[in-house]
Design a protein around this ligand. Structure first.
Ligand SMILES: C[S@@+](CC[C@H](N)C(=O)[O-])C[C@H]1O[C@@H](n2cnc3c(N)ncnc32)[C@H](O)[C@@H]1O
Length: 494
């Protein structure tokens, strides 16, 4: 599935993607039949917000079977897998026959794929969005709502009916929940940033487009709640297809595949069979769940977009951000800050730690932080090496700064560990306003996810702490030995 960076309606929701294809300027739009776009958003979500009136409960197999039948009738070739209830991921694709390693599976034809070029059930609404050159992500979010609101007159009705009514994603966590459960993790800020991006994108669409065409985009249908749903679906199901110039797409059926860190295979367009496929990188026996990879993502990133955290120690791509900063009392605070800014960095600055080590950029940043004023001429070199924009990846070495640098990283690491331990070992009080069992269950589920995330992130910090302590100990005992030898010589000469 795709990686996401900051949303910006006027530029592109996904800056890494190619720009939108040119859109034709169309004459004034006529109205869609109002009867098809009316919705009543009445069901209350566990968090107290409202849910959408389409989709299904995530564990529903009934709508998934309807989807499977519709896809087969619409041109999906016979499959070696079927949708079933699974232990990992609620519903998933399970092998019906022996599947070999290296075998191509799926073959979803382009006619069954949703992209920014898909035809709109309500053509006039699509024409308006084209006129405003809306980027792919907000366009697809609006498209999904438009098709969902057409209910059984949309060609995607079977697909939308099988989508979760409330996708698992941090978009559905309230600010209080993020503050209470993710207080120690940097994912809290990422989630707040993402929620803000989605809200800003919706507000922008409303101000610039929907308010000018209220008959095509009535607020009962196009509102914050329906956009939270459609963005939740995009974050957890949209794929980028490398062989289609990185085009983003929703691929019904293929998006029933769950993620495993143990496989590396991903979805792509196959020119020879002209369908969306993936090539297995392991064999499966009948009854086994088949997996793909959603990308090399940390546990925090998986929680952010997909709402789950893999079992502790099973994700080789797991990482935790360590926050480093220059003390305001540093005599060279301004000079160091300027050097960092020149290379696109700031104070504080985050660096990803992995169980296998830390980036060379972090060491360079830490050298800069602990440097005394007489090393001012080296600040620029250190800041350049701390920036991953720097082309030369040679590791800086300042033996005289090694010990204070490692000690500084260790202190930052320990301060982060204490935040995690405070959350993990101290109980989070349950919300006194929580009145029913459904709300209590939700809180327990969110807390469990947060505990799993924080445990895996703290594990990486503990490992880093261990390595730093050992290096410092070795360094200090080496220094002690050198001092003892020196003292021995001194005594000898006396
Ligand atoms: C692309 S969908 C996969 C199909 C999904 N299981 C369904 O029933 O609709 C992605 C969602 O599946 C679930 N999922 C995928 N991989 C998972 C895993 N390894 N563990 C737990 N949940 C997973 C998460 O809820 C995620 O948001």
């Amino acid at each position: 599935m795709v990686e996401v960076s900051r949303a910006a309606f006027s530029s592109s929701f996904l800056p890494r993607f190619p720009p939108n294809p040119p859109r034709h300027h169309l004459a004034a739009a006529s109205l869609c039949p109002r009867t098809t776009t009316r919705c009543s958003l009445s069901a209350a979500a566990p968090s107290g917000s409202r849910t959408v009136p389409w989709g299904c409960e995530i564990e529903s197999l009934e709508s998934a079977e309807g989807l499977q039948k519709w896809l087969s009738d619409s041109g999906l070739p016979p499959q070696k897998m079927s949708i079933q209830r699974v232990d990992i991921g609620e519903r998933g694709l399970v092998a019906l026959k022996n599947i070999r390693k290296g075998e191509k599976l799926l073959f979803v034809p382009p006619s069954l794929v949703i992209t920014a070029e898909s035809e709109w059930g309500c053509k006039e609404a699509g024409d308006v969005l084209q006129r405003y050159s809306v980027p792919d992500w907000p366009l697809l979010a609006t498209y999904l709502i438009s098709e969902a609101s057409l209910m059984n007159t949309s060609r995607w009705n079977r697909y939308i009916s099988a989508l979760p009514r409330q996708p698992f994603s941090l978009l559905y966590w309230t600010r209080l929940e993020l503050d209470a459960y993710l207080v120690a993790s940097h994912i809290r800020e990422r989630a707040i940033e993402r929620i803000t991006d989605v809200t800003d994108t919706y507000n922008d669409l409303r101000a610039r487009i929907f308010s000018k065409h209220p008959n095509l985009f009535p607020e009962e249908v196009y509102n914050m709640e329906t956009f939270r749903w459609s963005f939740g679906i995009l974050f957890s199901r949209l794929v980028r297809l490398p062989s289609m110039d990185g085009r983003v797409a929703l691929v019904p059926w293929a998006d029933m595949l769950n993620h495993s860190s143990e496989v590396e295979t991903f979805l792509d367009y196959d020119k020879s069979s002209q369908g969306i496929v993936f090539t297995t990188d392991k064999a499966y026996q009948p009854g086994e769940q088949v997996f793909i990879s959603y990308g090399k993502k940390s546990n925090g990133e998986l929680l952010l977009s997909y709402g789950f955290v893999p079992k502790e120690g099973t994700n080789p791509n797991d990482s935790v951000d360590l926050l480093l900063s220059i003390k305001k009392s540093d005599k060279c605070y301004q000079e160091k800050l300027l050097a960092l800014q020149k290379h696109g960095l700031s104070s504080p600055q985050r660096f990803p730690l992995q169980i296998t080590g830390w980036p060379v950029e972090m060491m360079a940043y830490a050298y800069l932080v602990v440097s005394p004023p007489d090393m001012i001429s080296k600040f620029d070199q250190m800041a350049a090496a701390a920036s991953n924009r720097s082309t030369s990846k040679t590791e800086l070495k300042y033996p005289e700064l090694e010990e204070p640098t490692l000690q500084f990283i260790l202190d930052s690491c320990e301060s982060s560990i204490s935040k995690y331990s405070k959350f993990l070992e101290g109980g989070t009080p349950l919300d006194p306003l929580m009145t029913n069992a459904k709300q209590a269950n939700r809180k327990l589920l969110l807390k469990q996810l947060a505990v799993n995330l924080c445990t895996s992130e703290r594990r990486i910090l503990y490992r880093t702490q261990y390595i730093l302590r050992r290096r410092l100990k070795d360094m200090r005992s080496g220094e002690l030995r050198a001092l003892t030898i020196l003292n021995g010589f001194r005594k000898l000469f006396k």
